[in-house]
Ligand binder design. Structure first.
Ligand code: NAP
Ligand code: 8YV
Length: 312
């Protein structure tokens, strides 16, 4: 008898096929009555498949008394109630490392797009403005300073790539790392003060909620740029909008937002802002690898083996 799994949202077709092979899958997002589907699955469902956006609340975990494992399609687990899962002895897995390269590439793409004003240049050509005059000069990134908030797996990949462009790297986190060649700041405002670009790539959740606040943005300053590929919750979004409006912050490259897929209206009209629809890991190759890892973790667990990438 196949184990039963509640799938919170759709995954790539090859992942769904693989899950269908090994599990009886309850498709929660398709249910007109979620509670009824959960009540039907409850006596037997031993797994949840979810993603970083949909997560797994304490209520969802409690709706499934036989739950053993949650497989998250994504590395960030801030939308999963990890404490509650631990209290219920439920294993949580995520998809670390396989997405480092593409997420770091998105940070670099946003860095170049904001400094070289790529999207504005594109609009300049399309609108015919170039026929009347040349666009204003942009900024080089060589010899400029990047402060990384969260020098973890992805942060380190961003640092390596930025170093190739000739940038000077520093980082802020809860502790100094002895095995990296970058300058450590134990104070985020001080790092922002010292940086031309601040790249946020730490986890979301309570500990980092609005950690990029007004003081940090003002320290970054009118010539400074904020790149956020972490979580929308990490940045005080109303303060970001007003800092950009007032020119207290120079520019922003944003992949993530507080209330996705909603984006503050004011940002849409700003030429100094480059926006992405939470797409940093969204390449065919990386999403494929993430999906494979979700399946491998679930298969390992139900084969009586240790999971590959447990959280905590
Ligand atoms: P990771 O390896 O765990 O690295 C996280 C880093 O953040 C660590 O260096 C950690 O350093 C630092 N950190 C943790 N808590 C902190 C705090 N309270 N204050 C300051 N720094 C803190 O994680 P990762 O795999 O690089 O992923 C990082 C995050 O990126 C994910 O959690 C996710 O939210 C986000 N992400 C976004 C996308 C996207 O599509 N935009 C894709 C993938 C990941 P210390 O332990 O020294 O503090
Ligand atoms: C995914 C992410 O887009 O891994 C993460 O933390 O934010 C992204 O890779 C997301 O988890 C899919 O919903």
């Amino acid at each position: 008898m196949k184990p039963e799994l509640v799938l919170v949202g759709p995954m790539m077709p090859h992942v769904m096929e693989a899950l269908d092979e090994d599990f009886i899958v309850h498709r929660l997002w398709e249910a007109s009555d979620r509670d009824a589907l959960l009540a039907k699955a409850a006596p037997r469902a031993r797994a949840i498949g979810t993603n970083g956006h949909l997560g797994a609340s304490a209520a969802l975990i409690d709706a499934l008394p036989k739950l053993e494992i949650i497989g998250c399609y994504g590395v960030g687990t801030d939308s999963i109630d990890l404490d509650h899962a631990a209290a219920r002895n439920v294993i949580v897995t995520n998809t670390p490392d396989v997405l480092n390269d593409d997420v770091a590439n998105m940070a670099i793409a946003l860095l170049l797009a904001t400094s070289r004003r790529i999207c504005e240049g594109d609009r300049y050509v399309r609108s015919g403005k170039w026929l009347k005059s040349n666009m204003a000069l942009t900024r080089s990134i060589r010899n400029r300073k990047m402060g990384i908030l969260g020098l973890g797996r992805i942060g380190k990949s961003i640092a390596e790539k930025a170093a190739v462009f000739g940038m000077e790297i520093s980082y802020h986190g809860r502790r100094k790392q002895d095995d990296v060649p970058y300058r450590f700041f134990d104070n985020l405002v001080e790092m922002a003060q010292d940086s031309d670009y601040l790249v946020a790539i730490c986890p979301g959740g309570e500990a980092t909620n609005k950690i990029v606040n007004r003081a940090v943005m003002e320290a970054l300053g009118p010539e400074g740029t904020l790149i956020n590929v972490a979580r929308g919750s990490v940045v005080d979004e109303p303060e970001l909008v007003s800092a950009l409006q007032d020119g207290r912050l120079g520019a922003a490259g944003l992949d993530v937002f507080e209330e996705e897929p909603k984006v503050p209206e004011a940002l849409l009209a700003m030429d100094q802002v480059v926006l992405q629809p939470h797409a940093a890991s969204a390449t065919v190759e990386t999403r494929h690898a993430m999906g494979d890892l979700v399946v491998k973790n679930l298969r390992a667990h139900f084969a009586g083996q240790a999971v590959l990438t447990p959280v905590r």
